[in-house]
Each structure stands twice: as C-alpha cells, then as structure tokens.
Design a protein around this ligand. Structure first.
Ligand SMILES: *Cc1c(COP(=O)(O)O)cnc(C)c1O
Ligand SMILES: [Zn+2]
Length: 409
C-alpha cells in the first residue's frame, strides 16, 4: 500500500489532506505526492488485474486508504485499433481510446468519481463545479447516484444537449452570463463562503488524480507496454499533464518498461492560449477570450497551461491549434473511418492528429494513442451541415427513379 500527502507543486510545503488547493507560502498549486516505496510491482499488478472493471482497480495509485464505494464507477473504456484511419493518414499503428464510453459519456466521469469519493470521505454534503459542459453532466449524475446535493455552474450559452444532460439528474443548474473563466472566478469566490466541495476548485488536487487512470488503462490494454506518442486535448491542461504523471508513476515503479511517450496537445484555434504560447516560445500563457465551437475546451486562462507547455517541450512534442472547420472535418473523419462519433473536443484531437501526420512528424514505426474524450450526441450542431437526408415518397419508383442513380453515381 502506498502512502500519500498533499504538497505544493512549487515549494513542496506539506498540508493536511483537506479540501485545499493553493499554497499559503508561494501560492503554487497543491497536488498529491505519493510514497510508493512499500509497493511491490508484481503484487500491484496482480491486484490490479483482480480488481473491479473500472478506475477503482487502480485505487492503490489514488489518494485513498482503501477502495471507495462508488455506485457509478467509470473507466476501462475501449482502446480500439484504428487501421482505416491509420491508412488514411499514413500512420503505422494507431489506437483510439474512446472515453465517450463512460457513464455520462466523457472522460470527466473519472475526475468526478475521485473528487466525489473524497468529498464524501471529508464529510461534505454538497458538491459543486464550474464547468464547460461535460463536468456539469458528470457532477450532476455522480451526485445523484451518491445522494449528495449539487450546484452546477456553466456559461449560459452552452450547447442545449449538455444542459439537458445535466438538468435531468435533478441538480441545481445555474447558467452564468459570461465565459467559463467568468464562471470559474465566481466559483472561486463562492468557495470561500460556502461549505461546498467544488470538484475542480478546492478539491482540484484530488480531482486531477482521476486523469491518471487513462494512462494506467492504456498501458494495461496495450499488454503492459507504452505508446510512443499520445495525442490529447487541452482545456485547463489537467488531463494532458496527469496522463503523463500516470505513465511516469508506473515507469518509476517498474510496472511498465520504457520512456514517457511524446506528448502532442490539441486546442481549438478560437481558444488556444497554450498552443499560441507553444508556437511563440513563451514560458507562460496569455489569457484569451474564447470563440469556438469546441466549448468543452474553451478555457481562456488555463490553470495548468505552463505545465502543459513544459511537458510538450520536454517530450519532443507540440501543441497544435485547429480551426472550427477543421474540427468539423475531424469529427467526420473519425466517424467515417472508425465508427466512433465524437463531440467537438474529439474533432479537435483528430484534426490535430491529421496535422501531425500531414507534417510528416509521425514515424511509421510509432505506436500512437489518441484520446477521444467526449460523445458526438452532445454537440449535434457541429455535424448538421456535414451531410443531407434524401426524402422520398414510400414507393419503389420514388427510390429507383431519380434518387438511386444519383446516389450511386
Ligand atoms: C474537460 C475536457 C477536456 C480536458 O480538460 P482539462 O481541463 O484540460 O483537463 C477534454 N475533453 C473534453 C471532452 C472535456 O470535457
Ligand atoms: Zn508553495
């Protein structure tokens, strides 16, 4: 069993394991630091394989002293070989990790499951979040399953599908007139005066740990080996950096052999503070005002932006930005070659993959894993213009007359 504590990422000051997220000394972010010295890799691997079919099989690598009770366990989503997409792009070995196959159809179920388990352990009765959409769905659903009260704050102009897939769980849904960054600022203020567990504010150090499970599953599903390259979307940069942390922990422990993969990040051009900083060679990200169809990635002032920059640079990767048209094309390309229908964030990721392939940056001998983080049914507007339905009378003549020749032409 590993032990863990809450520490400042910058100055390493230690804190009691409470709902807190900023260092009092240097204002750096707090994160979980583990001591795995008591862990035997062979035993750890046996325990994982005998564990539950979801993220709690990795409980020894999460900030709990046992396996939490979780009525809506996410994880163990499919990792599928994508040969048709690989052929289209001239890539040797390509895998899609389809995280739309989670209880509320995005990767956010992972982070919320961890944050809510911690909220219950710490005795909170009310949970809350500032969301770009998918987090709202996940917090509302997991709170309902756990019997906790919840408040969900979103930008009021969110996709209708995401609002409906939140309200249905009986949460208190608050649409804020402003950007996600405005919503986040409001929630940071509320956090000071309400006894609530904001999953991505005061519980952020725990929340972010959930993303490591995507790396653990990738290793397990690749037969306990590593990819050479990963392509992953970036909003706040938490997912991107914590996937790397997951690989790192298992490499350090000897659970898998090899090196950290090359990390390629993906952003929408209409909200690309990290991609812009990468391209310009800046150390920090300059905040932007989002204007893109990829609303789930629309964070103009990303909390983990600097760490995402560091990771892309230190692994020889990059961070790309793609236009809204490229996002729509990315959604269609993935659907037509893999049968997987993703939301705009997955369109961003697929379009960034296509860019890398176009630039000849992917060696044909590489094994590439692409993280598809959300479901296409949640952003239907992005596919509306992509095809048309052929409407006919219910007769053979109507089909065989003008239509069929036109269709097969
Ligand atoms: C939230 C989200 C991400 C990434 O979020 P980070 O803030 O970078 O961790 C990626 N894809 C989808 C669909 C999301 O909802
Ligand atoms: Zn500090």
């Amino acid at each position: 069993m590993a032990t863990w504590e809450l520490r400042c990422k910058e100055c390493e000051a230690a804190y009691p394991a409470e709902a807190r997220y900023v260092c009092e000394h240097c204002f750096g972010p707090l994160e979980i630091s583990y001591d795995f010295s008591g862990l035997d890799p062979a035993e750890a691997r046996r325990k994982i394989q005998a564990g539950s079919p979801g993220i709690w099989r990795y409980a020894d690598f999460l900030p709990f002293d046992g396996r939490p009770r979780d009525p809506l366990e996410p994880g163990l989503t499919p990792l599928v070989r994508a040969d048709r997409l690989a052929d289209r792009l001239g890539i040797g070995e390509l895998w899609i990790k389809n995280d739309a196959a989670n209880p509320t159809h995005s990767f956010k179920d992972r982070v919320v499951a961890v944050a809510l388990a911690k909220a219950r352990e710490l005795g909170f009765e009310t949970v809350a979040c500032a969301s770009t959409g998918n987090l709202a769905n996940a917090v509302a659903a997991h709170a309902a399953a756990a019997g906790l009260d919840s408040y969900v704050f979103v930008p009021a102009d969110l996709e209708e599908q995401k609002l409906l897939a939140t309200g249905v769980y009986g949460t208190r849904l608050i649409g804020v007139r402003g950007t996600y960054d405005d919503v986040n600022r409001l929630c940071t203020e509320l956090c000071e005066t309400r006894p609530w567990a904001f999953v991505n504010v005061n519980l952020r150090p725990y929340y972010s740990q959930g993303s490591k499970t995507l790396a653990f599953e990738t290793v397990e599903q690749l037969g306990w080996s590593l990819p050479d390259r990963v392509v992953c979307p970036i909003a706040s940069g938490s997912l991107f950096t914590k996937v790397a942390r997951g690989f790192d922990e298992w490499i350090d422990l000897g659970l898998v052999e090899g090196e950290l993969p090359t990390f390629n990040g993906a952003q929408a051009a209409g909200c690309s503070p990290v991609a812009t900083a990468f391209g310009e060679g800046w150390e920090v990200c300059k905040p932007q005002r989002p204007e893109t169809i990829a609303k789930s990635l629309a964070i103009g002032n990303p909390a983990d932006g600097v760490y995402a920059l560091e990771l892309a640079r230190s692994t020889g990767g990059s961070i790309d930005a793609v236009s809204d048209d490229e996002i729509r094309d990315g959604i269609r390309l993935l659907a037509e070659t893999t049968g997987i229908f993703t939301e705009t964030a997955g369109g961003v990721t697929t379009a960034a993959l296509a860019k890398l392939a176009d630039r000849g940056e992917i060696d044909p001998a590489e094994r590439v894993v692409v993280y598809i983080t959300g479901e296409g049914l949640k952003t239907l507007d992005a596919t509306r213009e992509g095809f048309r339905m052929h409407e006919i009378e219910p007769t053979l003549e109507a089909f065989e007359g003008e239509l069929e020749p036109a269709l097969t032409r």
